[in-house]
Design a protein around this ligand. Structure first.
Ligand code: NDP
Length: 286
C-alpha cells in the first residue's frame, strides 16, 4: 500500500491566501505588515532563501526589505542595524538570515532582536514562552509547519508516540515541545542515540530533522506511521532530497511529506503568519 502524500505546497498556498485576506483587512485600518530580513555575506543558499521570503511577502501584500551587509560586517555594525529595525514602527518582523559569519556571535544577535519582532521565534523569551505554553509566543516556523501538516492528515496527536530525530534549537527541540503541547508522548533522538531503529519503529508519528540524505530507510518505519521529512539535502546529482528514503518508506507509512513540496513551503508560510501576528500585536489588533 502506498502512503498518502501530505501536500505541503498546497497547504502553504491555502495559508498564504488566508494571510493575504487578513493583510487586506489590516490595510483598511492603516497597517501594512512589514518584514525586514538582514543578510550578511554572500552565501548562495541564504541569498536564494532571502529572495523567496521577499517574494512571499509581496504575494500577500506585505512590505518587505532585504538589508544586505558585507561579509566583513562587524558585530557592532550588525547590532546597530538590528537596533534600528527594533525602533522602526513600520517594521513588524525582523529576521537575521542564518548562518552569519563566524566572527559574529549568533547568540548576541538573536538576543538583540526585540522579542515582539522575533518572527523566527529564536529569541530566548519566545523559546521560554513556547516551553511554558504561553499563547503569545512566536513559534519557530519549521516546527509550527510540521505540526500543521500532521494535523492536516486528521491525526489526533493526543496519546500518540511522536519520535523526533534531531535536537537542534531550530527544528528538533522546538518540534518536540510543540508535539508535547498537543499531548503526544514524545521521544527525541540524536546522534548519540544507540538504538535509533528500535525507537523509530515504535513511532506513530516520525519527524526526521537530521540533515542526512535518505538516512531513514524502510527498516526504521512501521506500517501506518505518519512521516514528516524536514531534511533538505542536496545530493551529488544536484537533486534536493529529504532525510527519508521516500520511495521505500512511502510503501509503508500511512502519510508522508515529499521533498521538495512538504515542510519547506510550510516554513515560508509560517513566517508570513508570524509577521502578520506581529503586526496585529504591535498595533493592538485582535
Ligand atoms: P542540525 O545539523 O542543527 O541538527 C541535526 C540533528 O540531527 C542533530 O541534533 C544531530 O544530533 C542529529 N543527527 C545527526 N546525525 C544523526 C544520526 N546519525 N542519527 C540520529 N541523529 C543524528 O540541523 P537542523 O536541525 O538545522 O536541520 C536538519 C535538517 O532540516 C537539514 O537537512 C536542514 O537543511 C533541514 N531544514 C529544513 C527546513 C525546511 O524548511 N524544510 C528548515 C530548517 C532545516 P546531535 O545533536 O547529537 O549532533
Amino acid at each position: 500500500m502506498s502512503a498518502q502524500i501530505i501536500d505541503g505546497k498546497a497547504r502553504a498556498k491555502e495559508i498564504k491566501e488566508e494571510v493575504k485576506a487578513e493583510v487586506e483587512q489590516l490595510k483598511e485600518k492603516g497597517v501594512v505588515p512589514g518584514l525586514s530580513v538582514i543578510l550578511v555575506g554572500n552565501d548562495p543558499a541564504s541569498q536564494s532563501y532571502v529572495k523567496m521570503k521577499a517574494k512571499d511577502c509581496q504575494e500577500v501584500g506585505m512590505n518587505s526589505e532585504v538589508i544586505r551587509m558585507e561579509e566583513s560586517t562587524s558585530q557592532e555594525e550588525l547590532l546597530a542595524e538590528v537596533e534600528r529595525l527594533n525602533q522602526d514602527p513600520n517594521v513588524h518582523g525582523i529576521l537575521v538570515q542564518l548562518p552569519i559569519p563566524d566572527h559574529i556571535d549568533e547568540k548576541v544577535i538573536i538576543n538583540a532582536i526585540a522579542p515582539s519582532k522575533d518572527v523566527d521565534g529564536f529569541h530566548p523569551i519566545n523559546v521560554g514562552k513556547m516551553m511554558i505554553g504561553e499563547e503569545d509566543a512566536y513559534l519557530p516556523c519549521t516546527p509550527r509547519g510540521v505540526v500543521d501538516l500532521i494535523k492536516l492528515t486528521g491525526t489526533d496527536l493526543k496519546g500518540k508516540h511522536a519520535v523526533v530525530v534531531g535536537r537542534s534549537n531550530i527544528v528538533g527541540k522546538p518540534a518536540s515541545m510543540l508535539l508535547l503541547k498537543e499531548h503526544a508522548t514524545v521521544t527525541v533522538c540524536h546522534s548519540k542515540t544507540t538504538n535509533l531503529k528500535e525507537i523509530t519503529k515504535q513511532a506513530d508519528i516520525l519527524v526526521a530533522a537530521v540533515g542526512r540524505a535518505h538516512m531513514i530507510t524502510e527498516d526504521f518505519v512501521s506500517p501506518g506511521t505518519v512521516v514528516i521529512d524536514v531534511g533538505t539535502n542536496r545530493i551529488e546529482s544536484g537533486k534536493l532530497v529529504g532525510d527519508v528514503d521516500y520511495e521505500k518508506v512511502s510503501q509503508i507509512a500511512s502519510h508522508i511529506t515529499p521533498v521538495p513540496g512538504g515542510v519547506g513551503p510550510m516554513t515560508r508560510a509560517m513566517l508570513l503568519m508570524n509577521t502578520l501576528d506581529a503586526a496585529k500585536t504591535i498595533h493592538g489588533i485582535k
